[in-house]
Design a protein around this ligand. Structure first.
Ligand code: BGC
Length: 385
C-alpha cells in the first residue's frame, strides 16, 4: 500500500491526515483515501474543550468519536447496495450527551456493568463505591469514564486511521483504590473494522473492566426496533441474575432457554417468553460466558439485519459479553436528526469480564496489580450479505 501524509487546514476542521491507498498487492480492498479530521465539538460546563475526530477508511466507512466520554457519536457503514447509514444511536450535540446519556456510544469504566451493593473487599480492605443504580454501582459510578474528557491524539497505521485517548483516574475516584492510567485506541481499519484497544496500569491493586456501550441498529439509527436482527452469541452458558441484575454466581447452560443464541435467531423470537430471567432483565440484559475464551481475539457474536443485509461481527479477547436489548429505552431520548428512540430501538454488545466479579471468587479475576498491565481488544467488523 502506498501512503502519503498531507497536513492541511480545511475550514474550521483540521484535516490531520490523508492517506492515499493503492490496491497493488491486494493489501487493501479500498481505492479511496483514509482520512482523519479534528474539529471543536463544544465546551463542558466546567470549561473543558471537547474535540470531535472524524475517521474515514479507504472504503468510505466513517466514524465520529469525541473526547468527552470517548463517545462514538456516529458510525456509517454500507448496506448490501453500498448505501451508507449511521448504525449507532446518539445525539447531535455535546450538550445533549451531557444532559442525559444512557451510555450511547460511551467508553465504560473503571468497571463495566454492576458491582453489588456498591462495595467489595480486596486484600482484606473493604472499598465503598458510588451507588448510582439503587444500592448497586453501575458502569463506573456517578462520573464514570463516559463523563470525563479524554486527551486525544490522531493515530495512523498502514491499514487504519484512528484516535488514541488518554485518561488518568485518580486514587479514590468513585471509591476505587489506586491511580489508574488508561489508554484507549480506536482504529477504523480498511477491513471495515472498528477496533478498540484498551490498556491500563495502576499504582495500587484495583478492579478494572473496560467496555464499549454503542447502541446499534443495523437498519440505521432511529428507523425502528431491533427485534428483527438475527443474533448469534458464541456461548453455551450465561450468568443468571437476581432482582437487582446482580449475577447469582451460577454459570447456567443456555440449553432449552430463551438465552440460547448458539444458532442465529431473531432477537424478538423468544424475548416475550414467560421466563424468569427475561422478566428480571425486562428482556435481554445478561452476561454470556463466551466459549473457548483463552485471551485471544475470537468471534463472540454476530448480528444480521435482513432488510439491509448489514452484518456486524464482534471479536474480543474478553471472557464475557453483555447483550442488552435496549429495554430501558422508552421514547424519552430524542436523538440524531430528531429521531425518537422508542423501546428496543438499539442493542448493545458489551465485551467484558463478568458483572460483580470483585464479589464472585469463582468468576475470572478483574484485579489489576501494580507492575501488571491491563490489555483488552474488541473489534466490531462490518460486512454485508
Ligand atoms: C446494562 C443495563 C443498563 C444499560 C444502560 C447495560 O450495560 O446491563 O442494565 O440499563 O447498560 O445503562
Amino acid at each position: 500500500m502506498k501512503s502519503r501524509l498531507i497536513e492541511a487546514l480545511c475550514g474550521v476542521a483540521m484535516c490531520l491526515t490523508v492517506v492515499t491507498c493503492g490496491t497493488q498487492g491486494g493489501e487493501t480492498k479500498g481505492e479511496g483515501t483514509m482520512n482523519i479530521e479534528r474539529q471543536p465539538f463544544g465546551t463542558t460546563p466546567a470549561g473543558a474543550e471537547v474535540e470531535l475526530y472524524t475517521l474515514v477508511n479507504a472504503n468510505g466507512l466513517r466514524a465520529r468519536i469525541m473526547t468527552y466520554g470517548g463517545i462514538v457519536v456516529s458510525l456509517e457503514t454500507p448496506d448490501r447496495d453500498g448505501k451508507l447509514a449511521d448504525v449507532t444511536l446518539g445525539y447531535d450535540t455535546l450538550q445533549e450527551y451531557i444532559r442525559d446519556n444512557p451510555y450511547f456510544g460511551s467508553v465504560v469504566g473503571r468497571y463495566g456493568n454492576r458491582i453489588g451493593k456498591a462495595r467489595f473487599t480486596l486484600d482484606g480492605v473493604e472499598y465503598v463505591l458510588a451507588a448510582n443504580d439503587g444500592e448497586n454501582h453501575l458502569h463506573g459510578g456517578l462520573r464514570g469514564f463516559d463523563k470525563v474528557v479524554w486527551r486525544a491524539e490522531p493515530v495512523e497505521r498502514d491499514d487504519a486511521v484512528g484516535v488514541k485517548l488518554h485518561y488518568v483516574s485518580k486514587d479514590g475516584e468513585e471509591g476505587y483504590p489506586g491511580t489508574l492510567t488508561c489508554t484507549l485506541t480506536y482504529l477504523l481499519t480498511n477491513n471495515d473494522e472498528l477496533r478498540i484497544e484498551y490498556e491500563a496500569e495502576t499504582d495500587k491493586p484495583t478492579p478494572v473492566n473496560l467496555t464499549h456501550h454503542s447502541y446499534f441498529n443495523l437498519a440505521g439509527q432511529g428507523t425502528g426496533d431491533i427485534l428483527g436482527h438475527e443474533l448469534m452469541i458464541n456461548a453455551d452458558r450465561f450468568t443468571p441474575v437476581d432482582a437487582s441484575l446482580i449475577p447469582t454466581g451460577e454459570l447456567r447452560s443456555v440449553e432449552d432457554t430463551p438465552m440460547d443464541f448458539r444458532t442465529a435467531k431473531p432477537i424478538g423470537r423468544d424475548i416475550g417468553q414467560d421466563d424468569e430471567q427475561l422478566r428480571l432483565g425486562k428482556g435481554y440484559d445478561h452476561n454470556w460466558v463466551l466459549n473457548d475464551a483463552d485471551g485471544s481475539l475470537a468471534l463472540a457474536a454476530r448480528a444480521f439485519e435482513p432488510t439491509t443485509g448489514r452484518v456486524m461481527e464482534v471479536y474480543t479477547t474478553e471472557p464475557g459479553i453483555q447483550f442488552y436489548s435496549g429495554n430501558f429505552l422508552d421514547g424519552s431520548n430524542v436523538g440524531k436528526g430528531g429521531k425518537v428512540y422508542e423501546h428496543r430501538y438499539g442493542f448493545c454488545l458489551e465485551t467484558q469480564h463478568f458483572p460483580d466479579s470483585p464479589n464472585k471468587p469463582n468468576f475470572p479475576s478483574v484485579i489489576l496489580r501494580p507492575g501488571d498491565r491491563y490489555t483488552s481488544t474488541t473489534m466490531y467488523k462490518f460486512v454485508t450479505e
